[in-house]
Design a binder for this molecule. Structure first.
Ligand SMILES: [Zn+2]
Length: 141
């Protein structure tokens, strides 16, 4: 059973952002929230825009097992060749949290900037194909 609260309880300076939260990253020395976290369709997505830490590194830093992130163990295997639909949760999450990071006046790491650009491109393709995309959310990049 997934419970994002178990993770949120261990994080500092947690605040709402979009459908998820921003918080201080437990992997690096983080004084103002750089890490986005959101629960979506039986998985918990998280990414740090400060140090680039992914979910598994983040929960490990909190002394939690990777199971707290995934309902389905298959989700643990990162598939680099997701189809548009499969990756849309991740793209929406990255765009929302990158937008939050930039609004705070922080810069994106080069690797994150490239990933966000790819997310934007996939989002545009999805829109052209009439697939569901983030709506009613302001994304400033
Ligand atoms: Zn970090």
């Amino acid at each position: 059973m997934l419970d994002i609260q178990i993770i949120l309880d261990r994080l500092e300076k947690v605040r709402k952002s979009g459908k998820g939260y921003m918080a201080c990253c437990p992997v690096h020395e983080d004084r103002s929230p750089s890490m986005g976290i959101e629960e979506k369709d039986n998985k918990i997505l998280c990414h740090c825009f400060g140090c680039g830490a992914k979910g598994i590194e983040i929960v490990a830093a909190l002394n939690l097992p990777p199971d707290v992130l995934f309902h389905d163990p298959l989700e643990r295997i990162e598939d680099k060749h997701h189809q548009l639909n499969k990756k849309s949760d991740w793209d929406d999450f990255m765009l929302m949290m990158a937008s939050d990071t930039l609004k705070q006046g922080k810069l994106l790491r080069h690797k994150d900037y490239k990933e966000v650009k790819q997310s934007l491109a996939r989002r545009e393709q999805r829109r052209l194909f009439g697939l569901p995309i983030l709506s009613n959310m302001e994304i400033v990049l």
